[in-house]
Ligand binder design. Structure first.
Ligand SMILES: C[S@@+](CC[C@H](N)C(=O)[O-])C[C@H]1O[C@@H](n2cnc3c(N)ncnc32)[C@H](O)[C@@H]1O
Length: 327
């Protein structure tokens, strides 16, 4: 795929570049080229802008989606020897870096969630507004599809997924109606499912909060791709991978993702030392934070970006820097 044909509009790109660039542009241990890791892979204009801003930098892009990886190969061709592309779930971040010869990296960007190409290609089944097979896999080779979840999960399990990952108030009612409908005929299309969800939600509640299927589709997508599990495993691995002075930015698109990011960053930036203990100069006390926060709370896109790209509306950006002196 041509990198230009991969039409994802990047979110908060300028701010992300400003947050990561100090770590990428600085001196590197032994004068080796700085390394930056993208999980998932940034392919569009800002990715190129960050490359051009730090010409010696090498980059590793990770994405579970074969189409994103294909576009990543086009970027690799533009910057020979500087881009490694890995088709994987990003919780393998440490192994992928090690295989590329890196024990430490200077920057990590998590640009989470779905891409515009995934949403816009109806055949991928992510959209509740266009008819398609119920798929929703980011990795087209994975076994679990939304069709399998919807047609095989017991009602209680289905209700848990919709309630936990979609924060859907009517999860039980929706799960029960799905079970009745699938007993008549398996549910195989996005539009049939969104119709069932709509019918399960009481009429007054349907009139608020946009498309009534939105929350359930988000929940199914998270379940199909184990998005929260992968993020829970990937964040500590990525933080451990950062060199002193290295920076990590994470762009989340819903509150469940953002909560995990916040928790992981807070765990590393909170001072757990016992107050009153004597400290010798240069000594790092057990429990002292190993990272500092670069963002105050979660940063949001500004009005200009919201107007230009309404899909950025739910984005929340957080970033940290690893403390200590580069060896
Ligand atoms: C918002 S898009 C990234 C867009 C990219 N930064 C750009 O500018 O083109 C999110 C990407 O994350 C990928 N993704 C989501 N969860 C993933 C996971 N657990 N492991 C690997 N990739 C994942 C999706 O396939 C999608 O391509």
């Amino acid at each position: 795929m041509d990198e230009h044909a991969y039409a994802h509009v990047p979110v908060m790109a300028g701010r992300i570049t400003a947050l990561l660039l100090p770590a990428l542009a600085g001196p590197t241990p032994g004068g080796r080229p700085p390394r930056r890791k993208d999980a998932p892979h940034g392919l569009a204009r800002p990715a190129r802008a960050r490359h051009d801003a730090v010409p010696r930098r090498r980059r590793i892009g990770i994405d579970a989606d074969a189409a994103a990886i294909e576009a990543g190969h086009a970027l690799a061709e533009r910057y020979p020897g500087r881009v490694t592309v890995a088709h994987a779930v990003y919780d393998h971040i440490a192994e992928i870096a090690a295989a590329a010869g890196h024990r430490r990296v200077q920057g990590v960007l998590f640009d989470l969630g779905v891409s515009s190409p995934q949403l816009d290609d109806a055949s991928r089944g992510f959209s509740y507004a266009q008819d398609a097979p119920l798929d929703m896999r980011m990795d087209q080779g994975a076994v679990l599809t939304a069709e399998r979840v919807v047609n095989t999960y017991p009602v209680t399990e289905l209700a848990r997924v919709l309630s936990e990952y979609g924060e859907e108030k009517f999860a039980r009612r929706i799960a029960e109606l799905i079970a009745r409908e699938r007993a008549r005929e398996p549910i195989t299309s996005t539009l049939r499912l969104s119709g069932i969800i709509k019918d399960a939600i009481p009429a007054p509640a349907r009139r608020t909060g946009g498309n009534p299927a939105k929350r359930s589709f988000q929940a199914l997508r998270i379940e199909v791709n184990d998005e929260l599990g992968a993020l829970r495993r990937a964040l500590p691995a990525a933080l451990d991978l950062l060199a002193p002075g290295g920076r990590l930015a994470a762009l989340a698109y819903h509150s469940l993702e953002d909560r995990l990011v916040k928790r992981a960053l807070t765990a590393r930036t909170t001072d757990k030392t016992q107050p009153g203990l004597p400290v010798r100069a240069g000594e790092l006390l057990a429990g002292s934070p190993s990272f500092r926060l670069l963002t105050r709370g979660a940063e949001r896109p500004d009005d200009a970006e919201l107007a230009a790209n309404p899909r950025s509306a739910s984005a929340r950006l957080r970033a940290v820097e690893r403390l200590g002196v580069a060896a």
